[in-house]
Ligand binder design. Structure first.
Ligand code: A2R
Length: 323
């Protein structure tokens, strides 16, 4: 028998996180059980805590099966897979891992933009395949310097991207629902911003409120020389409209770290030379994933200590005194 509180682990974790969970909790793993409904029916009432991630969130059926749940700690900043309003209404604190990944995701956005604009992937193939010897110099590409960069979502990561883009001489403009007290120019209308942009970088949260914000009209406004970069969530971009715009030449190129249905990437995207894709690795370095893991664990430790967490999601801030 143990008197440690029960933690339901959803998704995989590394050894460092596992050891921290097991030091403080009795850990049961949802995915160890084929009959998940049966497992939850038998053990659900034991759990006070859930550890999950931005991909799995709280799957359907889980919150209802955990009547004594008090805290959910999610690995990742995006928590669109968790119904945080419902959790808050039940007095459940949801925590996530903001800030520690700002630089990494911003670097990923820049990497994709540079790769698309300078033709990194076809240029690499040119070098490897011997085409350089056969056909001579690789065709000229387009500079990233002195562009107008429209950033859709201007929070922690969006503003970190802005600083990098400005180091490349960019004029940064942005669109959010609420104007910020920042020097960059605000656009209240996304189509207007896309019209003014050479590059559109998406870095809003996912979920219903941002679904398909980037649609055919926005892509057409970005134009035949325009580049779309998505490091937000696949749901923010209307993927069939993106494919159509790239196929017709209405859009110049795209750098995509996220997709509407992961890990399924449409075949049409895979065959396009003006598209660079990465498999949702925006924050995926050893250093940043370690920082995210530590914060995920720190939130749970803090909860055990005093019933609060370090980094609650906004919907749950009222449940964390002094936050
Ligand atoms: O709209 P506002 O004023 O709440 O600004 C937020 C903006 N945003 C939106 N912009 C336009 N239309 C919307 N429907 C909309 N909803 C939210 O996204 C804010 O400027 C930005 C989010 O900033 P943060 O909350 O600081 O998030 P952070 O840490 O930058 O991460 C953004 C997302 C994550 O949720 C993951 O999905 C992804 O990056 O990794």
């Amino acid at each position: 028998m143990t008197d440690k509180p029960y933690l339901l682990q959803i998704g995989e974790v590394n050894d460092r996180m596992r050891q921290r969970y097991e030091a403080e909790f009795t850990v049961l793993r949802l995915f160890d059980h084929e009959d998940r409904a049966g497992f939850l029916a038998e053990h659900g009432a034991k759990f006070v805590a859930v550890a999950t991630d931005g991909h799995w969130g709280l799957p359907a059926g889980v919150p209802e099966a955990l009547p004594n749940l008090k805290v959910v700690s999610s690995y990742g900043v995006g928590y669109d897979a968790i119904d945080a309003d419902s959790a808050a209404a039940r007095g459940i604190i949801v925590a996530h891992t903001p800030d520690v990944l700002n630089d990494e995701v911003a670097d990923t956005a820049m990497m994709l933009w540079l790769a698309v604009s300078r033709g990194l992937i076809p240029s690499d193939a040119w070098a490897r395949s011997g085409q350089w010897r056969r056909d001579g110099a690789f065709p000229l590409t387009r500079s990233v310097q002195n562009r107008t960069v429209g950033i859709l979502g201007f929070g922690r990561i969006g503003q970190t991207i802005a600083a990098r883009a400005e180091a490349f001489g960019a004029k940064v403009i942005y669109h959010t629902r609420t104007r910020r007290d920042v020097p960059q120019v605000y656009y209240g209308d996304l189509v207007d911003m896309a019209t003014a942009s050479d590059v559109l970088i998406c870095i809003t949260p996912g979920g219903a409120a941002t679904r398909h914000l980037v649609n055919a009209q926005v892509l057409a406004a970005l134009g035949p020389e325009g580049i779309l970069i998505n490091v937000a969530r696949g749901s923010v971009v209307d993927e069939p409209a993106l494919i159509a715009a790239l196929q017709s030449g209405a859009l110049g190129g795209a750098g995509l770290d996220v997709f509407e249905v992961e890990p399924a990437i449409p075949e049409a995207l895979k065959s396009m030379e003006n598209v660079v894709m990465t498999p949702h690795v925006g924050s995926a370095t050893v250093e940043t994933r370690q920082a995210m893991g530590d914060l995920t664990c720190d939130n749970l430790s803090r909860f055990l200590k005093d019933g609060t967490v370090l980094t609650p999601v906004p919907e749950c801030r009222d449940l964390v005194p002094g936050d």
